[in-house]
Ligand binder design. Sequence first.
Ligand SMILES: [Zn+2]
Length: 419
Amino acid sequence: MVSVTRRSVLATLLLAGACAGPRTTPTPDVMGIPVVSAHAARLYRDAFVIDTHNDMPTRMLDDAYDASVRHPAGFGRGEGNTDLPRLMESGMTAEFLSAWVDAPYARRRGDSFARAVRYVEAIREFTAKHPGQLRFATTAADVRAAKREGKVAIFIGLEGGHAIEGSVEGLRDLYARGVRYMTLTWNNGNSWAGSSIGAGGTRKGGLTPFGRDVIQEMNRLGMLVDLSHVSDSTFFDALAVTTVPVIASHSSARAINDVPRNLSDAQLRAIAKNGGVVNVNFYSRFLDPAFRARAEEVDRAIARERRALPAGTDSAAARTRLGAMRDSLMARIPPTPFAVLIDHFDHIAKVAGVDHVGIGSDFDGVTALPVGMEDVTALPRIAQALIDRGYSDDDIRKMLGGNMMRVMTQVLDRQAALP
Ligand SMILES: [Zn+2]
């Protein structure tokens, strides 16, 4: 999840001439959007297709987004990358819906945990409302059953370890409610784990002794340890403690785009050694160095605007205006080509091995996606693009979800089978 702001036509008018001219929509062949062949469609349809990070629940809670009906693809209010009709159309087998607990909930005792529970309830309600299409899932066996029944398996992933409020009991409670992975931190670190960003001056270092207890308890319960968002030292500390494979639910390759949220080649190799899976994040700013450079220019322009605000300016109104300005500038950045997304799959497959790559879209949690990857229904294009890069059908099945099935069977099903 990254924070979502809204575009404004007014700000676009205000800013006319402030940067390069309006974006023109490129033709598909120029942007290299793969055309899905019969072979790719069949391969995709028969495979387990698993996406390990989707923020649609935040739209449901904060934007009154009715996930049961179709919406246009987009990032604004009333738009989205995911909903029930498009989940079914996508042909995917399993989706991890994110229970993302924003950093400010950590300020007051009880709020983070309550927020996580609210997400869990919303996700379970949505799933229960559509028994003919969705199946609530906690194991790989549930995914196999969903596949047989032609349903989409819905998992809950908790994003932000501050939600357990420093308590193993809190962790157990959320497990009992159906949560099957926990991202140890979000952009904010917490009392026991450091994040890659350290937002608001929070922890950026490694795991504390209690943090190691948390990993051991997750192993014992059968909850996946998710190392997306964590600091490099927490990443390696967690790998030293865990006795089972881990995941990165939505992280890409730092060798292609050097941002702290992506994983270095050393980290990719460490996850391979652990037997885990790195699930590629689709956010343009994490994928594409050209997009990121332009986005950083926008950040600097907005910072200059903020510094130039006259004293006494109403801060809420100023924030809204600057947010709209930022969105309109961001919307003018040339979109990321589809091939850049596939470069990350390719790089992780080459460095970590083809057994350690998966899909972690971050749909509905990001504000820019590669052209041709506008919503969940575009996922089959990944199968085609990987065929075009020379991967075998077996390798592609692994990357689409086979690797996650291996890890989920090892971590979730083994524990579920215990008395
Ligand atoms: Zn995230």
